[in-house]
Structures are given as C-alpha cells and as structure tokens.
Design a binder for this molecule. Structure first.
Ligand code: NAP
Length: 250
C-alpha cells in the first residue's frame, strides 16, 4: 500500500506511543508501531487499529542500534511507502538513585536508547523527507521530558541529561532542515500515567506527586498524544524548533 500520510512511532506498543498510534490512525495515517520486546502489547495496539478500520504494521527493532533502525525504515518503505511523520518516542529510565550510584554502563544505555535512537531515526527520516534528497517534506516530533529542565535530582539525572540532549538535537536539526520542507519539534511531558514509573521502582509515583502539580492531577496519555499529533499536523505549519510543555504547569 502507498499512503501519503505514513507515520513511524518508536516505542508505539505501550503508553504515550500506543495512544499516539491510535490517534494518527484515526486521522487517516498508515501507522508503523515500533517496539523492542513486548510482542503482546504491540499486537494488541495493532489489532485495535486494524479492527477500527485503520492501517498498521508493527516492527520489532531496538532503535538504539543503527542496523535495526535501517531495517525498520526499509520495512516501512516497502510496506507503507515514504515516511511523512516520525515520532521519536521510545525511551527508558532505571531505578531511582543519586548520580554517584549510577554506573557508566547504565549511563551509556540510557543515552543510547533515549538519544542515539533519536539521532539514528531522524537521520533515516531526513534522507526520505528532505527535498534535498527528492523527498516532499515531513515532520519529526521528539518526545522529551520535563526532566530536561528539572534535572531529576535524586531520581534519574542520567535520564534527565538524555532528554536535555534530545532537546538540543531537536533545535539544531530543526534549523538544519527548515528550508528542506521538514519541521522538527518536541513535546516535554511530565508525570503521565504509564508503565514507565514502575521501571524507576515506583509505580505510584504520579499519585505521590500529583498534589505538587499546579493542575492538581497527573497527565493522561491522550493529552500527550494530542500535543504530538498537533505538532505533526499541518495545523502547526509555522512551528519548528519549538517545544510544548505538557506538564500540568510544573
Ligand atoms: P512506556 O509506557 O514505558 O513505553 C515505552 C515504550 O518504548 C514501549 O513501547 C517500549 O517497547 C519502547 N522501547 C523501549 N526501549 C526501546 C528500544 N530500545 N527500541 C524500541 N522501542 C523501545 O513509556 P511512556 O511513559 O509511554 O514514555 C514514552 C516517552 O515519553 C518516553 O520517551 C519517555 O521518556 C517520555 N516521557 C514519559 C513521561 C511519563 O510520565 N510517562 C514523562 C516524561 C516523558 P516494549 O513495549 O517492547 O518494551
């Protein structure tokens, strides 16, 4: 199938990515959900989209690895056609602790999964979207975090630093490709109800902190998906190199 609206969502099997996948599908996009290990979750999202009349494929690939990213994009080229939107959403965090307890191996893994993935996927997307390479333009949305600003002290400075790097990449790439038909923007969520907080050792983290959020509640995945979709859509056609803080006011 060739479709003019083709989106690749990294980490599309669960949480924010899964919700974004459903929203893009509802809006007529052919969707590729990427994931790394959870076959059941990916299958569930794909089935839901297909049963609602949408078009969806899932591709298992570790987006921190260059050869797997190339396979992901080549699979989409053949199955869906040229990608028009990339959502760099895959991300991980680890057990809450201080910086002096973080190993070099852990720091490296966080940077690879959260930042190298964004770099590698953006590179493949630019080669397909840029009018410099014969493309017709597109949009890249990077899912960063409020942690890029807070630094996440005593929780995960490594994760926060990775999101700070992602924001810098967003700004630099946006300016590099602005004249080539590609817009690049970021969404910085915070305290959204997903599985991610369990990875940090505190599944109930959002509820513990919700009273400190000015809006007095945690965020829902739909609220983040809407921000991602807006930045990918023509409704934000004059916006590039920008960020939406979807943090409840933090
Ligand atoms: P989540 O529920 O834990 O889901 C993570 C997703 O990333 C899963 O689909 C997972 O695939 C995928 N993934 C992890 N490592 C991968 C890899 N190496 N290659 C490909 N896919 C990989 O996370 P979430 O809360 O929705 O977070 C999504 C994004 O929002 C992340 O970038 C996160 O940093 C950011 N964010 C979240 C919050 C929040 O409060 N939840 C706040 C700020 C920012 P599997 O299912 O196969 O494991």
């Amino acid at each position: 199938m060739q479709a003019s609206n083709v989106v690749i969502i990294t980490g599309g099997s669960r949480g924010i990515g899964a919700e974004a996948a459903k929203l893009f599908a509802q809006n007529g996009f052919a969707v590729c959900i990427n994931y790394v290990s959870n076959d059941d979750a990916a299958e569930h999202v794909k089935r839901e989209i297909v049963q609602s009349g949408g078009h969806c494929i899932s591709v298992k690939a570790d987006v921190s690895k260059e050869h797997e990213v190339k396979r992901l994009f080549e699979t989409v080229d053949v199955a869906l056609g040229r990608v028009s939107v990339l959502v760099n959403n895959a991300g991980i965090l680890k057990q809450q602790c201080r910086l002096d307890e973080i190993s070099a191996e852990r720091f490296s893994e966080i940077l690879h999964v959260n930042v190298m993935s964004c770099f590698l996927c953006s590179k493949e997307a630019v080669k397909r979207m840029s009018n410099k390479y014969g493309g017709v333009g597109g949009a890249i949305v990077n899912v960063s975090s409020g942690a890029a600003k807070s630094g996440s002290p005593n929780e995960y400075v490594d994760y926060a630093a990775s999101k700070g790097a992602m924001d810098t990449l967003t700004r630099g790439l946006a300016l590099e490709v602005a004249a080539e038909g590609i817009r690049v923007n970021g969404v910085r969520p915070a305290l959204v109800y997903t599985d991610m907080h369990a990875s940090g050792g505190e599944p109930g983290r959002v509820d513990r902190l919700k009273n400190k959020i000015p809006l007095q509640r945690g965020g829902e995945v739909k609220e983040i998906a809407e921000a991602i979709f807006w930045l990918a859509s023509e409704k934000s056609s004059f916006v590039t190199g920008s960020f939406i803080d979807a943090t409840g006011g933090i």
